[in-house]
Design a protein around this ligand. Sequence first.
Ligand code: AMP
Length: 545
Amino acid sequence: MKALMQDWPLLVHTVLDHAETYHGDVEVVSRTVEGPIHRYTYADMAGRARQLADAAQKKLGIKEGDVVGTMAWNGYRHMETWYAVMGIGGVVHTLNPRLFTEQLTYIINHADDGWFFLDLTFVPILEAVQDQLDTVKGFVIMTDRAHMPETTLKNVVCYEELLSEGDAGFVWPKLDETIPCGMCYTSGTTGNPKGVVYSQRSNVLHAMATCAADALGVSSRETIMPVVPMFHANAWSMAFSVPMSGGKLVLPGAQMDGASIFELLTEEKVTLTAAVPTIWLMLLQYLEANPAKKLPDLSRVVIGGAACPESMMDAFEQNYDAQVIHAWGMTEMSPLGSLCTRKPGLSDEEWKVARVKQGRPAYTIEMKITDDDGNVLANDGKAFGHLMVRGPGVSSAYHKGEGGNILDDEGFFDTGDVSTLDENGYMQITDRSKDVIKSGGEWISSIDLENLAIGHPEVTEAAVIGVAHPKWDERPLLIIVAKEGCSPSQESILAFMEGKIAKWWMPEDVAFVEEIPHTATGKISKLRLREQFKGYELASAKAVG
Ligand code: AMP
């Protein structure tokens, strides 16, 4: 017997086709680089994406398999570019503007970017590196003729002029669902960044999985604002999942400070939003300084990319009546891997413990934790080991085979994170494997200590690194940024932590700094902190020595 269902390939353009047909009048709102708020509908977006696709083929010669670089904020033109390029079989390669110049040129050359689309903001960045780019054919500046800048970039095209030469009646070509359509390089804390390559199929499947009620729960009754950039791990799939579900889409552009985010959340009546903790820190600080301001429409805030401290969850839930969904994922996973929503049957006590974890996998993700020899560890919420994942949206290799084989014998990918898994399927990250503090042969979770310290009323940000110790190998050093106008003492911080963690997990020392360094994707840069505190001598180490 043969299955008799139709062969309907999972192609990204079908997402926008669906939005156009069934949610065509739903608004897409963008804060533009040029200044004003731009509004149109999914029907407009779909028509313009087809126009751009047609023009990109005819005028720029972009064809199936070609890599197109983008450096742009979350905005309607960036969305059109994604759908247009992917729709004709091209590969959109998003670049993070916060990368160092050497990483940027390495990545653009390694990916063989041909045409390059960029927002006005990034003209100077590309001007500075263009002579080092081997494969770039020219630059499409994503604006209209009136805003085209004076530039030294060679072979420049105006986006709106290009688009106007295309036909909105363009028909998407039939493609194989397994072809590549997106690329994003990992932040690469050691060695060169590595290229992750998504397929049409993986993007569609991942978006479907993340729409589920126990995942993001995206629906046509929601207004959704992805603050997480499209250049950071696919904006957590929201460029696909939101049009797929027909929700109103709000794109915040370049302004991510507390006041600007607050303005969009309230003016556009956003119900669901998503970003890394540093963005929410800025918003909460803004709200604290303006106590009359509330978030009446906001129902859910997705927080991931770095651990969300409990104090941040409490702030959203208790002061603004918005539920926090803690999420975990990575570029290599399309990117969402788990989301923390309440499992039926959990008591309030159990949920209080579970809600701060990184959550349960959505359909399409399988997880296990292993020891250093690859043995599977118990799902008891206590044992922690290497977090391994498998699924149709998980990388099987890096671009051009960099890094060699990245899967174990069962096809699981090593995330580089260390975690526990509990009886209810909740996963909790305890560390990156290279950040875990090895003290007396046991592991101490730097993330747990950071989350605890940040709950101190006079602390804005906290980071913990392992510092060499003659007896214990490594001991935790707590690094603190105090809240403005506050100067907490080491004693008060340690007293606050005491009794909430095992005695031997207590930081050995507290260092106060003006600022903690961050990576291009907003994570605490432990690498730079370790450099900064190289040779740091703990008082207790001196005593032993
Ligand atoms: P990226 O590929 O830039 O998205 O980085 C992925 C890495 O960020 C993961 O492997 C984790 O180490 C970290 N990460 C992401 N989400 C979380 C989270 N909710 N809690 C702790 N770490 C996280």
